[in-house]
Design a binder for this molecule. Structure first.
Ligand SMILES: N[C@@H](CCC(=O)N[C@@H](CS)C(=O)NCC(=O)O)C(=O)O
Length: 369
């Protein structure tokens, strides 16, 4: 394994087409933190990454001093606390809470249409499997066509057909993407970033699905270019923006045009999180659920997403009283309040994931294998 480059404080292990690697790269770039991207190859790097973080998921960060981190959301929170300047997470408590909500939604719900477009269509699967076979599969002594075949098969079994997307429901899953494009197009047609004239945490959250999936994979990228060019432009703008010395400022409050996204969270994402809580509580690794008219069959449980819901509640509870009131009223208006609290008890221990971002709680990660 290559030693960390002393010119860079960080080595980022991941893939140049990975959702969460792209999200963290956007964060590090906006923040002005230099890093070196190292392909996390299954053969040469994965064993060490697992030993040092508890998981092989990407991205993983290695500091020159030997510390390691995993999981983009707590990694970003750690950087924001340890190196607050320039700040990416809004300082205003209400904006911070709703930005964390949007980040979680982009991480965990837009993941589904993003994986769908990449692996369902031959065009997407050919591009991504060729890329990953060379990048992540480098050094594995099997023919390239076999690597491509096994990567495609694994991803479809783990994240598309094998995660509840039956063929009849494909239009419903694609509609999630198209609606989100419309919501975002309306925003970026009027200002450069989600919360005003400079990037903030919500932009970083949306960069996960958009930068390395929707704006890159052949099928969704063409839809974006045709139907939401302002979103396409935003993805490049974010990549090219540094906060240091940036003259832009944030709007105050929660912009009204976030409303349609909050509606999606209230009618789709949070009801899905509730169904996932029920599955985990019942010990069902697979569950059927209807969300917004889309019937998912045999979706995989995710213990990690129970933790995500627990985190959202913690962020709400940590708000000062007046902000709690304002947040509650906005959450109610968009159908988010009831599902946020529907299940008073979550099937999760209080100390789960408490060592993040330095150590992943292995029992919470349901990586498909
Ligand atoms: N919550 C994690 C999720 C990381 C994640 O799921 N990364 C994907 C690649 S984008 C991965 O490594 N998946 C593991 C696998 O499919 O084996 C984060 O935010 O970093």
């Amino acid at each position: 394994m290559q030693a960390p480059d002393p010119a860079f404080p960080l080595t980022l292990y991941g893939s140049s087409i990975s959702y969460f690697t792209g999200k963290l790269e956007n964060y590090l770039r906006v923040k002005g933190i230099p890093y070196r991207l190292q392909a996390l190859t299954s053969r040469r790097h994965a064993p060490r990454v697992r030993a040092m973080t508890g998981s092989t998921q990407m991205p993983a960060v290695e500091f020159a001093d030997g510390r390691w981190m995993s999981d983009s959301t707590p990694i970003i929170q750690w950087f924001e606390t340890t190196y607050p300047d320039p700040v990416v997470t809004p300082v205003d408590p209400l904006q911070r809470f709703f930005s964390l909500l949007l980040e979680d939604y982009a991480d965990e719900w837009l993941w589904r249409p993003a994986m769908h477009y990449r692996w369902y269509y031959e065009e997407g699967a050919r591009f991504a499997s060729c890329h990953l076979a060379n990048e992540v599969g480098d050094g594995i002594p099997v023919p390239a066509f076999l690597k491509r075949w096994s990567i495609t098969r694994r991803q479809r079994h783990g994240y598309t057909a094998g995660d509840g997307i039956v063929p009849a429901q494909v239009p419903g899953v694609e509609a999630i993407y198209r609606r989100n494009l419309q919501h975002l197009q309306a925003i970026f047609a009027t200002r450069p970033f989600l919360l005003g004239a400079k990037p903030s945490l919500a932009d970083i959250g949306f960069s996960g699905p958009i930068f390395r999936h929707f704006a890159l994979d052949p099928v969704p990228a063409e839809i974006m270019r045709q139907q939401a060019p302002a979103v396409y432009e935003w993805a490049a703008r974010l990549w090219n923006t540094r906060l240091e010395g940036h003259p832009g400022s944030l709007l105050s409050g929660i912009p009204g045009d976030w409303g349609p996204i909050l509606d999606e969270i209230g009618t789709h994402y949070l009801p899905y999180l509730c169904a996932n809580v029920e599955a985990v509580a019942a010990g069902h690794k697979r569950f059927d659920v209807e969300i917004g008219g889309v019937q998912y069959r045999g979706a995989r449980w995710s213990r990690y997403r129970v933790w995500c819901l627990q985190q959202l509640r913690k962020h709400y509870t940590a708000l000062p009283a007046t902000e709690q009131e304002a947040a509650q009223s906005l959450l109610r208006r968009h159908g988010c309040w009831e599902p946020l609290w529907r299940h008073p008890e979550l099937p999760i221990g209080p100390d789960v994931c408490s060592r993040l971002p330095f150590r992943v709680d292995e029992k919470m990660i349901d990586i498909y294998s």
